[in-house]
Design a protein around this ligand. Structure first.
Ligand SMILES: NC(=O)c1ccc[n+]([C@@H]2O[C@H](COP(=O)([O-])OP(=O)(O)OC[C@H]3O[C@@H](n4cnc5c(N)ncnc54)[C@H](OP(=O)(O)O)[C@@H]3O)[C@@H](O)[C@H]2O)c1
Length: 284
């Protein structure tokens, strides 16, 4: 039987984009879905849509800020009280930032670390013992292609995704023989709210070559298929998979030569700031 059939799945970040697509694709197979995100109204709308189409499906919505440690623990308590035995965890919630690290807002940097790394690790840590005792469960961690190669102007985001991919691989090795599968989904650019959230100023668009863009439905499907096949990681889209495989063979000392920030520094009226200007600014 498929790992997805009659599963009870928890989807973090189900109010938009890829997370919402996961919910739609899992709905025909799942017994129950637990949808988590801050925008509860969006989750409730999604629940109504899914239960109209699949009346036998149970959908639980929980409004939660993954940056709020206490609220996360309250959520774990609620999950225990509902006696929901999660056998599929989709760690999908995530956000990025676009621009120079030294010009970033600390609050946003912290949110990226909290959601992309801490919450993903905490959810996994909390649910894993139960999953191991079930001897049949799965975790899908949503990483990104930017986790393979550092990306200037998305430095923190790209580092968090390197963590997600590495964490997934390590965990996978630890879980061999337990019946718990772990897969990293590493998509390229998709049309979601991600870009809006990452932009610091409207129009300062993130570089996203159209040729590599994949429809959400195909990305979610690739992730769920990879779980079924027990693949360690998947990069949706043949072209992107080949491009990334090639990029990963390039030694770091060669890559470093090509790592250039696509943005110019704002402060110097659009032209790059000199090292002296940056140092003076740092002393202020
Ligand atoms: N879009 C891309 O180009 C792309 C490429 C590669 C990988 N990814 C990854 O794919 C995943 C899904 O992103 P997406 O493209 O679907 O972006 P999205 O449309 O912006 O959706 C992000 C989801 O994360 C949730 N989220 C963000 N901060 C949260 C918080 N503090 N607490 C709870 N939930 C939070 C959002 O819900 P609320 O705002 O309602 O809380 C939303 O449901 C992310 O891990 C992202 O890094 C995206």
């Amino acid at each position: 039987m498929s790992y997805l059939t009659h599963c009870t799945a928890l989807i973090a970040g189900a109010s938009a984009g890829l997370g919402r697509e996961f919910a739609r694709q899992l709905a025909p197979e799942a017994r129950a879905l637990v949808l988590v995100a801050r925008r509860l109204d969006r989750l409730n709308e999604l629940r109504d849509e899914l239960t109209r189409a699949h009346p036998e499906l149970s959908v639980y919505c929980y409004g939660l800020d993954l940056c709020d440690d206490e609220a996360v623990h309250e959520f774990f308590r609620w999950l225990g009280e509902c006696d929901l035995r999660i056998d599929l965890l989709v760690n999908n919630a995530g956000l990025g930032d676009h621009g120079f690290f030294d010009e970033s807002e600390w609050e946003k940097v912290k949110r990226i670390l909290d959601v992309n790394i801490l919450a993903l690790t905490k959810f996994t840590h909390h649910l894993l013992p139960g999953m191991i005792s079930m001897k049949r469960a799965a975790i899908l961690n949503v990483s990104s292609i930017v986790g393979f190669v550092p990306v200037p102007n998305m430095t923190v985001y790209s580092a968090t995704k390197a963590y997600v991919t590495s964490f997934t691989e390590g965990l996978r090795a630890e879980l061999r023989g337990t019946g718990v599968r772990v897969t990293a989904l590493c998509p390229g650019p998709m049309d979601t709210e991600f870009r809006e959230v990452a932009e610091r100023e409207a129009g300062e668009a993130l570089p996203a070559p159209e040729i590599f863009k994949m429809p959400l439905a195909r990305v979610a499907q690739a992730g769920l298929r990879a779980l079924e096949k027990d693949s360690a990681r998947v990069i949706p889209g043949l072209l992107l998979a080949v491009a990334m495989a090639a990029a990963c063979t390039v030694p770091m000392f060669v890559l470093r030569f090509f790592l250039r920030p696509p943005l110019t520094r704002r402060r110097a009226g659009g032209s790059a700031r000199s090292l002296d200007e940056i140092r003076t600014a740092a002393k202020r």
